[in-house]
Design a protein around this ligand. Sequence first.
Ligand code: SF4
Length: 314
Amino acid sequence: MKAFGPVPSRRLGHSLGINNIPPKVCTYSCVYCQIGKTIELCNERQAFYKIDDLAEEIKEKVNEAKKRQTKIDYLSFVPDGEPTLDINLGKNIELIRPLDIKIAVITNGSLLNLKDVREDLQKADLVSLKLDAVTRKTWLRIDRPHKSLNLRSILDGMLEFGAIYKGEIITETMLLKGMNDDYEEIKKISEFLALLKPAKSYISIPTRPTAVKGILPASDQVLNISYQVLKENLTNVEYLMGYEGNEFGFSGNIEEDLLGITSVHPMREEAVKEYLKKAGADWRVITNLIKKGSLTELEYQGKNFYMRKLPVKA
Ligand code: SF4
């Protein structure tokens, strides 16, 4: 199946997934990969499927969804591998453009040093880039790239792409315990993102079994610090931690709304107080959520923040 869904996605709304790469052909073999080990570590762009076949399958899926009156916000290239390895990516985007639905590509960005990849991605409306590290040692340890890849060229390629791209760039940084969770790395990631200027930067953690055993998410404390450090350089930072967070929190259930908001952004103590006041509730709601283990209290630069507790790994 090369097209699947639509599935709900916090980043992309109702997203019809497009799998343009056979499982698991990738330029990386990330320790945290949640779709299993990389079967073919590869750096050469090639044709995997016949262009017309892929476009036809996508059109069929869109027609089916229309018949069922199911909304599609994005057609998203989100394969079990690296989508830019597909040499026909740009042509595929052109072929599905007449469907008049926005197109997204979720890429690890490792081939952005190549002009043809940048040109293909320019045809999409949204590009999500992975940025787990900006120091070589950490990048090698986490993303385990194909040996021909060079981090400096990738970062330069991302900046070059960011400077010409008219669509929306978002980024995703996976934070792992003992790997990229030190202050220096996070600070450097934040500085790089400040140059790239993405519309939104997501901080994520593994929420499903990882390719390498024993890979753990960064601690609650580190997630809070990372959020604050990224916020120093960026206006739009959110968590992506396996919850479908509701950042506006208007369901009317105070506990659920607070958990929804704090799964996306940690809340400052004053903001929590303000929220409770408006909702006609008091601090007992917070004490109760902390007691139940759903919420955690964290300190950063002398201020208290409240964040939804990390999901327990499967
Ligand atoms: S880049 Fe994505 S698909 Fe490739 S190994 Fe890493 S997490 Fe898995």
